[in-house]
Write a protein that binds this ligand. Structure first.
Ligand SMILES: *[C@@H]1O[C@H](CO)[C@@H](O)[C@H](O)[C@H]1NC(C)=O
Ligand SMILES: *[C@@H]1O[C@H](CO)[C@@H](O)[C@H](O)[C@H]1NC(C)=O
Ligand SMILES: *[C@@H]1O[C@H](CO)[C@@H](O)[C@H](O)[C@H]1NC(C)=O
Ligand SMILES: *[C@@H]1O[C@H](CO)[C@@H](O)[C@H](O)[C@H]1NC(C)=O
Length: 363
């Protein structure tokens, strides 16, 4: 990061950009546009506005550094910082200038000036109580990348006496799934193992059932992801990419749930419209299967954009057209059960995907 923060030739101007709300007008010599931030779970909705320090000139070996104002939590700042030093500066402009000259990645000024170096680029969509200014070259503007679940960092945490792990998600389709988010109430969620918790802005949690998120394909190791809390157990699940296979579900306890996600990353990544799907996956058990379907696959017109998506049991084809079916539960069905997806996306409209939940019923 240090190498990227070059200050070339005579510094003719030092610019800082501002993100989000809460600027103190007095600190900024030029225009200040206050950004709006819509509420919701997703962290990246703030719009960027600029604050410019026009008049600064600096004698030095480098030219110009653009800083952006970010907010960050104290934890995330500590997580990212590899070095920090106190700089003697009487105002934010001087603080900016001194940290730029010292090749530091970022600075904060709250009466005293602190400069920071980071071990990686910071995401542009962090949030938190601390205000820092980060060199533009040390900010990552792309979406965060996923990492394997086994290597994803987490924090142990406790909510209402229940142990959870907090991971970070690359995204969560909170708009699509807003109807399924409930307010977390430990008494109401009698099977909290089945739920993921999303911290709400302003306190408290929303809870969504695990059927709405293929968590293992959505976690990231960067701190700007959407925080999610999970209890230590996760459901058994399959992904509808084992085309042509028959999966024997081994006998388990009555009432156990087995999930099938339409694609890796259901809940955080859109369904990838491939060239042509001709996929079926069959499930068999020694017992009958109750079945739930939750689909965010069809467009506003109710069609599946060129696909057919259905459910078949042995001996009867397409007992349920999942493109037109309402989300809900079916009575226990004979099995084998086959989920079929065929066709080609016509308009490539946004599709969050779908899940099928199978519940082992009595023999
Ligand atoms: C900053 O980095 C430049 C080269 O990248 C180097 O020449 C200069 O000495 C560094 N300044 C400080 C204060 O470390
Ligand atoms: C900030 O960085 C991004 C990507 O690294 C670049 O596209 C953009 O032009 C930079 N903005 C300024 C003002 O330097
Ligand atoms: C979380 O807690 C478990 C059990 O107490 C422990 O084994 C694990 O190392 C902890 N992980 C972290 C990242 O603190
Ligand atoms: C499932 O796919 C296989 C291989 O493509 C095919 O032989 C079989 O007939 C299909 N079954 C159903 C129920 O569509």
């Amino acid at each position: 990061m240090m190498k990227e923060l070059r200050i070339k030739n005579i510094l003719t101007g030092l610019f800082a950009s501002a993100l989000c709300v809460g600027l103190s007008m007095a600190l900024y010599p030029d225009s200040v546009n206050v950004a709006s931030r819509s509420s919701g779970l997703q962290g990246c909705r703030a719009t960027t506005t600029s604050v410019r320090f026009r008049t600064l000139t600096m004698r030095g070996p480098k030219s110009m550094v653009t800083y952006r104002r970010l907010t960050i939590s104290a934890n995330d700042l500590a997580f990212a910082t590899t070095a920090s030093n106190n700089i003697a500066a009487s105002d934010v402009v001087q603080c900016a200038r001194m940290s730029a000259l010292a090749n530091m990645t970022a600075f904060a000024f709250d009466g005293t000036c602190m400069a920071y170096q980071f071990n990686r680029k910071l995401c542009s969509c962090l949030g938190g109580e601390k205000v820092i200014y980060v060199a533009n070259s040390s900010i990552s503007y792309g979406p965060p990348a996923t990492v394997p679940f086994s290597t994803a960092p987490y924090i142990n945490t406790t909510v209402e006496g229940i142990e959870f792990r907090q991971y970070r998600l690359v995204n969560f389709f909170s708009d699509v799934f807003s109807q399924v988010l409930k307010s977390f109430d430990v008494n109401a969620l009698n099977i909290y193992e089945d739920y993921y918790l999303f911290p709400r802005e302003g306190g408290g949690y929303n809870a969504a059932q695990s059927v709405y998120l293929d968590l293992a394909s959505c976690v990231t190791d960067v701190p700007c992801g959407v925080p999610v809390l999970i209890s230590t157990t996760r459901p058994t699940y399959y992904i509808l990419n084992e085309c042509g296979k028959t999966i024997q579900l081994s006998p388990q306890n009555e009432g156990d749930q087995i999930l099938v996600y339409s694609h890796p990353g259901f809940g955080c990544k859109a369904f990838p419209d491939g060239p042509t799907y001709n996929c079926n996956v069959t499930f068999t058990t020694p017992t009958t299967l109750g079945l739930g379907y939750f689909g965010y696959f069809s467009g506003a017109d109710g069609s599946c954009d060129g696909y057919t998506l259905g459910l078949e049991t042995s001996g009867s084809s397409n007992i349920l057209d999942l493109c037109t079916a309402a989300n809900g539960w079916l009575d226990p069905l004979n099995q084998p059960l086959t989920i079929t997806l065929r066709g080609t996306a016509a308009a490539k409209t946004f599709k969050a995907g779908f899940t099928v939940t199978m519940v082992l019923a009595s023999a």
